[in-house]
Design a protein. Structure first.
Ligand code: ZZB
Length: 260
């Protein structure tokens, strides 16, 4: 599974996370949340970034100036992919729970939201997949759309500011069947009421992947008007060239997975 890992630089820490990492990261160093995505062409539409509230994350040293927030498992994998300075070596300088990070403001590369996006909680984040950090694109990911709707509805319960979950959802890709906001369309069509409707969400995800990849046309960004199939590797390459992203491969898993 070949992912694009994206570097979301922390602009302002949530207080609890700040307390956990303070004095463990040198002053002036940059810390990045690093989600893994299969859909680099949708990065314009990022409106927040999810962590599992109960997941334990490490803060790993890439250099004196750069630190990554990811799971231990992802750090171990990255250590064999030339992402850290020494082969097989990864230095953890701090640990922080996902819930402590909620509210942190990060810069999301390519996102229309230049002011930054917030770290928000998502119960369904798997600690065993990708980096355990998931960037949210509610225009094109049904899971993300269902989750932000729920977060906005129950903001107080989740201990977040409602407006953190209400950033504008801008059309990125249009398809003949679902219009220019695929995820909201499918969530409505399949009558998905909450992130707990996992069976329908799985179906919506499959439909969104297929239609988006084979029929999608970009309606935003440098490759506006081009087919998704064609634009996808180009957007990815831009992120790699700008050092805002890097390739991250997931070791073989037992389940059969689709190719990215
Ligand atoms: C941004 C994005 C935009 C994604 C989209 C999807 C879609 P899959 O599809 O199951 O093989 N993801 C990554 N890591 C995790 C994790 N640890 N827990 C839960 N979800 C995770 O998985 C790949 C996608 O699942 C990734 O690509 C990521 O969300 C999420 F418009 O990144 B994606 C129709 C899907 N659209």
């Amino acid at each position: 599974q070949e992912y694009t890992a994206l570097k979301l630089k922390v602009k302002e820490w949530a207080p609890e996370a700040e307390a956990a990492i303070k004095e463990k990261v040198p002053e002036g160093a940059d810390v990045f949340f690093v989600p893994a995505t299969l859909r680099p062409e949708t990065m314009y539409g990022q409106t927040c970034c999810f962590v599992g509230p109960k997941i334990k994350y490490g803060v790993f040293k890439v250099s004196e100036k750069e630190f990554f927030v990811i799971t231990d498992r992802a750090a171990r994998n990255m250590a064999y992919q030339g992402i850290f300075p020494g082969n097989g070596v990864y230095e953890k300088v701090a640990e922080v729970l996902g819930s402590a990070c909620v509210g942190t403001l990060v810069n999301a590369p390519l996102s229309v939201h230049k002011e930054g996006v917030r770290i928000l909680p998502m119960e369904s984040v798997l600690p065993t997949k990708g980096t355990g950090v998931v960037t949210s694109v509610p225009s094109d990911s049904p899971d993300d759309y269902a989750t932000i709707m729920d977060l906005a509805k129950k903001a107080e319960y989740y201990g977040i500011k409602k407006e953190w979950a209400e950033l504008e959802i801008v059309p990125i890709i249009k398809t003949p069947s679902y219009g220019d906001l695929t995820a909201p369309f499918l969530v409505k069509k399949l009558k998905i009421a909450s992130p707990k409707d996992t069976k329908q969400l799985e179906e919506a995800k499959e439909l969104a992947y297929k239609e988006g990849f084979y029929q999608g046309i970009m309606v935003y960004g440098d490759f506006k008007g081009e087919k998704v199939e064609v634009a996808k590797p180009k957007v990815r390459q831009q992120l790699l060239d700008a050092k805002e992203g890097f390739a991250y491969a997931e070791p073989e898993r037992k389940v059969v997975s689709r190719s990215g």
